[in-house]
Design a protein around this ligand. Structure first.
Ligand code: ADP
Length: 446
């Protein structure tokens, strides 16, 4: 096991990782920007190092500074969390060159899945069904038109390097294709420094269903069931649940087994998520995330497993301690992302939190780095807390969620709490009857 883990992240996920390290008896190092000097992840770590100015490129994305912080503190491993450097293959390689373990998959797998065209190609070869679309990149308009006709409109223009819903544009008909391509190209170039695009069939009523995997790189891989992340705005998840209200037991087992087998064949190491769109009883692979995800918590609640502890053990070289038949799914869990944003327009609302009271009681978990008096810096994402509720059934879970949201007090900034309170009364939400477009339609109608 490691002696000391440096956590190259901030906010709730930095705290989440610290907790796992503490339970394993591993010392922790926090890194922070000048804007985060008072942050909870800094206060609760065993040691901390300031790695640069507020903008992420100067601090949380500053690889030389992070490596220097490891050397100063003697950290022997780095946990990247999610976002920032979590899917940066070069970062993983640089750490290995310095004899520091990257808590994650091999750099080769990070790179492979980071390119969505290659990821789809790999998935197809591993026997995973993929969304119909272009097999390779789109090179010119003439070729794009030909491909789009073959795929059938509407088509979605996507960035090979895409993430966070950026570089994605719908073309309902051929008339809109040229503009969709040029907008996606410039967005992708600006966000990722890469303007490679590809085309996909745009699905009209899919759900977003993803499978959590755990693998040791030695050829053992298991799945931990699925999460339904269909409640989204601008292709960004807001509410996640496990299990999915849309799947039956046989669908769940089949897709889980397909993914686990593929990860065995790939000799994947660590935690990972294989993301699908699900429509008309069929699954279509869209991408794989080679890291811990924001919504890993709902899987933890229904399996009773600590995914970060498993992830750290695997990175330290331990073989998988669990077999598929050891995994028991218990009850239902829902996560709501409490963002400092206006609940209707989703405009960020940075500022100082004047009062902060978190809900508690049976089956209620809050992962957050916020506190009364905390000033939310404008430089990073707007997530201030994750409320996760667990109960025996989905109905009980919704009742508990309503109660917990009612107890949550965040004053001084706007949050998404009022949106979640209003959603719980919606018949479609109660019935679990929603797809990836439901929330935006609902907001537009309201
Ligand atoms: P990113 O990596 O930017 O998050 P993804 O490929 O994971 O992009 O897709 C994010 C979301 O965009 C999905 O959850 C879904 O809502 C939507 N989406 C992606 N591909 C399609 C598609 N082919 N048809 C319809 N919606 C899609």
């Amino acid at each position: 096991m490691f002696d000391k883990v440096l956590i190259a992240n901030r906010g709730e996920i930095a705290l989440r990782i610290q907790r796992a390290c503490k339970e394993l008896g591993v010392a922790t190092v926090a890194v922070h920007s000048t804007a985060d000097a008072d942050a909870m992840h800094v206060r609760l770590a065993d040691e901390s190092v300031c790695i640069g100015a507020a903008p992420a490129k100067d601090s949380y994305l500053n690889i030389p500074q992070i490596v220097a912080a490891c050397e100063i503190t003697g950290a022997d491993a780095v946990h990247p969390g999610y976002g920032f450097l979590a899917e940066n293959a070069r970062f993983a390689e640089i750490l290995e060159e310095h004899d520091i373990t990257f808590i994650g998959p091999s750099a080769e797998h990070v790179r492979l899945m980071g390119n969505k065209i290659e990821a789809k190609d790999t998935a197809r070869k591993l026997g995973i069904p993929v969304v119909p679309g272009s097999d390779g990149p789109v090179t010119d308009l003439k070729q794009a038109k030909r491909l789009a006709r073959e795929i059938g409109y509407p088509v979605l223009v996507k960035a090979a390097a895409g993430g966070g819903g950026r570089g994605m544009k719908v073309a309902p008909t051929e008339t809109e294709l040229e503009v969709a391509i040029s907008t996606a190209r410039s967005e992708s170039k600006a966000a990722f420094g890469d303007d490679t695009l590809y085309l996909e069939k745009y699905l009209m009523k899919p759900r977003h269903i993803e499978v959590q995997v755990l693998a040791d790189g030695l050829g053992n891989a298991i799945h931990l069931g699925e999460r339904d992340c269909s409640l989204q705005r601008r292709h960004q998840k807001l509410w996640e649940e496990a299990p999915s209200p849309a799947l039956n037991q046989s669908e769940r087992e089949t897709i889980g087994a397909t993914v686990a087998k593929a990860m065995q064949d790939l000799r994947y190491r660590g935690v990972g998520t294989v993301e699908f769109l699900y429509e008309g009883g069929e699954f279509f692979f869209i991408e794989m995330n080679t890291r811990l995800q924001v919504e890993h918590t709902v899987t933890e609640m229904i399996t009773g497993l600590d995914l970060v502890i498993e992830q750290i053990r695997i990175a330290a070289g331990a073989p998988l301690s669990l077999r598929q038949e050891d995994i028991r799914f218990n009850g239902h869990a829902i996560e709501c992302r409490i963002n400092a944003e206006n609940a209707r327009t989703f405009r960020p609302s940075p500022g100082t939190i004047t009062h902060f009271h978190t809900p508690g009681g049976l089956g209620v978990r809050v992962d957050s780095g916020a506190y009364a008096g905390y000033t939310i810096p404008p430089y990073y994402d707007s997530l201030i807390a994750k409320l996760i509720v667990h109960a025996r059934t989905r109905n009980e879970c919704l009742m508990r969620l309503k109660r917990a949201l009612g107890e949550f007090v965040v004053d001084g900034v706007e949050t998404t709490i009022p949106l979640f309170i209003s959603l719980i009364g919606e018949p479609d939400i109660v019935d679990g009857n929603y797809d990836i477009h439901w929330l935006e339609k609902h907001l537009a109608e309201g």
